[in-house]
Ligand binder design. Structure first.
Ligand SMILES: Nc1ncnc2c1ncn2[C@@H]1O[C@H](COP(=O)(O)OP(=O)(O)OP(=O)(O)O)[C@@H](O)[C@H]1O
Ligand SMILES: [Mg+2]
Length: 469
């Protein structure tokens, strides 16, 4: 700009000056005495040199006055184009160049605003994606990963960016689904993911993006769901099996009686006794199942009141004393505080202790001892049921609160156990906002601990006021 302004200005000034000089010279040649012509010529020569100097200076001044600010504006625009949205022209000129500068500034403001909005939106999407339970990947049409979320990193160990889906997750089923999606059809796949600590089962949904832009894969870790499903199936199978055993026995004895055994009073009496025994077992099982389903139901009607645990402990011990002594197991209680009201449901607490003490007596061989110990701290009461029986090995310990889980299924069933007791204990304790834990050493014994909040502990709670939860 500066060069072109300079050239044009200089040219027009030059032509104008030259015109004036030539006109003056011709006029002087025609109208003056020959003697003074020499003088006029030198004056004219001096005037042209002066005109040349003034012309150059003027040209330079005009050129700089306009081209400088324009150059400035160009730099601003360049910086904007390069992505620096902080630069502004801040021109205060009242003319067109100033107006152009202000227009550029307004444009920069707008750009900065839009960019901030886009970035905001981007962050929101990112946060949303990363907060998702499901792993999400977006891949281009060659199956190369362009975007992935935090759940995907957790699942596969890396973002996978730049790699193909097949490289990031080795699975034939997923690969087939991806191929389907590239061809334009949504597809589902279920596959096992090896590697890492444990095998995971993953359900994938692969969908093509519009305009063949690529595809999106949503991966859902269904390991836990599948495990729960297996647990449920196990539960039904186990429950049916447990129910069938006493039922078969009852039916067998009843049929034998019908077919003639009734005539022999001695045999009949024994058979009826067997029927009663099996019916009781059936009853226990159904009671346990009902209790379990009630304790697992979220609307379980727990009536939380301030409960004195001592009478309940005594009642449980009295109820089980006969069984303990006939088995040769000593039953005792330790550390009974004067008063230790706790927040609990009396019936549920009774059930919990009944199950724990029953287990301790059942699994402790003759000559052993079972002790119920009560201990208070600032805000809770811990009820321990400790035995010196065979203990439970560390491999079984994490699972014994599961429904139907028995360390030695055969032996436990012989003893009338169904494996539901501890599941009930756990659910009831949690229902009372308490905790149950177990500690065991093989050959040394087992201690179950139930921790429940004190009703007279925290001053915030209205201690003696019964209330329902
Ligand atoms: N005090 C204990 N000592 C050793 N093993 C125990 C003890 N308590 C529980 N177990 C083990 O944990 C398993 C699960 O106990 P749980 O009370 O749930 O079932 P159960 O006693 O077999 O049957 P149920 O209580 O339904 O009649 C038992 O089968 C037993 O193997
Ligand atoms: Mg039990």
């Amino acid at each position: 700009v500066i060069a072109s302004i300079r050239a044009r200005l200089f040219l027009s000034l030059g032509i104008a000056t030259l015109g004036v000089l030539v006109a003056t010279w011709i006029f002087a040649e025609l109208s003056t005495e020959p003697s003074s012509r020499g003088q006029i010529r030198s004056v004219l020569a001096f005037a042209s040199v002066l005109a040349l100097i003034v012309g150059v200076a003027l040209t330079e001044w005009v050129a700089r006055r306009f081209a400088g600010p324009l150059e400035e504006l160009r730099r601003t625009a360049d910086a904007l184009a390069a992505g620096d949205f902080e630069v502004r022209a801040r021109s205060r000129r009242p003319d067109e160049i100033g107006g152009l500068g202000r227009a550029i500034d307004r444009m920069a403001d707008q750009l900065a605003e839009r960019l901030a909005a886009v970035r905001n939106e981007e962050t929101r999407l990112r946060v949303m994606l990363d907060a998702m339970e499901e792993a999400v990947i977006v891949a281009d049409r060659d199956g190369r990963i362009a975007l992935s979320n935090a759940a995907f990193v957790r699942m596969s160990g890396s973002t996978g960016l730049g790699r193909t889906i097949a490289e990031a997750m080795r699975s034939g089923e997923l690969h087939d689904a991806v191929r389907e999606a590239i061809a334009g059809r949504s597809a589902k796949a279920m596959f096992d993911l090896e590697g890492g600590r444990q095998k995971r089962t993953v359900a994938a949904h692969v969908a093509p993006l519009p305009a063949q832009a690529g595809l999106i894969v949503v991966l859902h870790d269904v390991t836990e769901l599948r495990r729960l499903d297996a647990v449920r199936r196990d539960f039904v199978a186990n429950a049916s099996h447990e129910l069938r055993t006493p039922l078969t026995a009852i039916r067998g004895f009843a049929e034998t009686l019908r077919d003639g055994a009734l005539e022999e009073p001695r045999i009949a009496k024994r058979f009826v006794g067997n029927i009663v025994e099996n019916a009781m077992r059936l009853q226990r099982l159904v009671d346990d199942l009902l209790e379990l389903s009630r304790s697992e139901s979220p609307e379980a009607p727990m009536v939380m009141t301030s409960v004195d645990p001592l009478p309940i402990v005594s009642k449980v011990l009295t109820a089980l004393e006969g069984r303990a002594s006939s088995k040769g197991v000593q039953l005792g209680v330790e550390g009974t505080p004067e008063s230790a009201p706790i927040r609990a449901d009396a019936r549920a607490l009774d059930q919990v202790l009944m199950n724990l003490v029953d287990n301790a007596i059942k699994y402790t061989p003759s000559g052993g001892r079972v002790i119920v110990r009560l201990a208070r701290d600032a805000d809770a009461l811990t009820i321990e049921v400790a035995d010196n029986g065979p203990g439970i090995s560390a491999s079984h310990l994490p699972r014994i609160f599961e429904r139907f889980y028995r360390v030695d299924a055969g032996r436990s069933r012989e003893q009338g156990g169904t494996g539901l007791g501890l599941a009930i204990v756990k659910h009831l304790t949690q229902g009372m906002h308490g905790e149950v834990s177990v500690e065991s050493k093989v050959g040394r014994g087992t201690t179950f601990r139930v921790r429940l909040a004190r009703a007279d502990g925290a001053p915030a709670q209205s201690a003696e006021q019964p209330s329902s939860a």
